[in-house]
Design a protein. Sequence first.
Length: 317
Amino acid sequence: MSFMCFSPVPEPSRRFQWRGIGLAAKAMRMTAGINKLRLAAAFCTAGIVLGAVNAWTTSASAAEDVTLWDGDARSGVRMIAGAPPVGAAHLRAGVEIRLLRGWHTYWRYPGDAGVPPQFSFAGSHNVKHVEVLWPAPERMVDGGGTSIGYSTGIIFPLRVIPQQAGKPVALRLRLQYAICEKLCVPAEARGELTLASGRASQDAALTAAEGRVPKRQRLGEGGDLSIRSVRRERGMGDKERTVVDVAGPAGVDLFVEGPNQQWALPVPTPVEGAPPGLRRFVFELDGAPTGERYQGAMLTLTAVAPGRAVEVSTRLD
């Protein structure tokens, strides 16, 4: 695992910065994302780094269905195999990130600041496609704004489709991600795992992570956790905002994503005024790339409640 050490410095908002980043920089999202963190370079001694790595990697042993941890005292990454689903065309696996207490990492859309994990499976054998599933995240607020991610260890489930069914799959991973506490640390981890119809010692943990992945719904679909309505309205000043009403228990939260990674919409804020039995969130229409229109844009809304989550894709009228 490789990393750098940083100390925080003030920076402009992430939404402002994303507007100024060209498509070429977007193609290198990890590098660009690291440059967007509220960081400045600080000295990190090689002795501390090597000691932390050794302390982590020597504390775990590999099994046929689990790789060694690749990391240091703050975080580590390993790959795990799942039991093959009966009658399905895909195999099950997972990428697990372990975090030291007080550290966090990011969701696919990190919010006001942060870097989404970047998964590469280049060099894998007998692999046609890998789908990364994203368990429901949480809202994290600090002096620099609101970010979206995970404050405890997380398993990202994988659905792996082989080129040739019935033959072993060698899955090779390169993961670039970031962890933050008071300092933010970009990191890289690698691993390789053979998937076969054998041992799956971490299947229960993988199944639990799969259960945390938001279930897809249609807008307005009934249920005690659902996204009931989305509408635009005039906010304060000349800015428009979007109002979202959600059915859910106390503590339900909402996140929104634009049509692609170039969009940087604000994290929705809970407000009063919802109809009985519903909870209301609003966000300003801010953060679209230059030249893009909000009307007709495809938004992905994720409502998260304790133990479950739902996801809706809808066009903004």
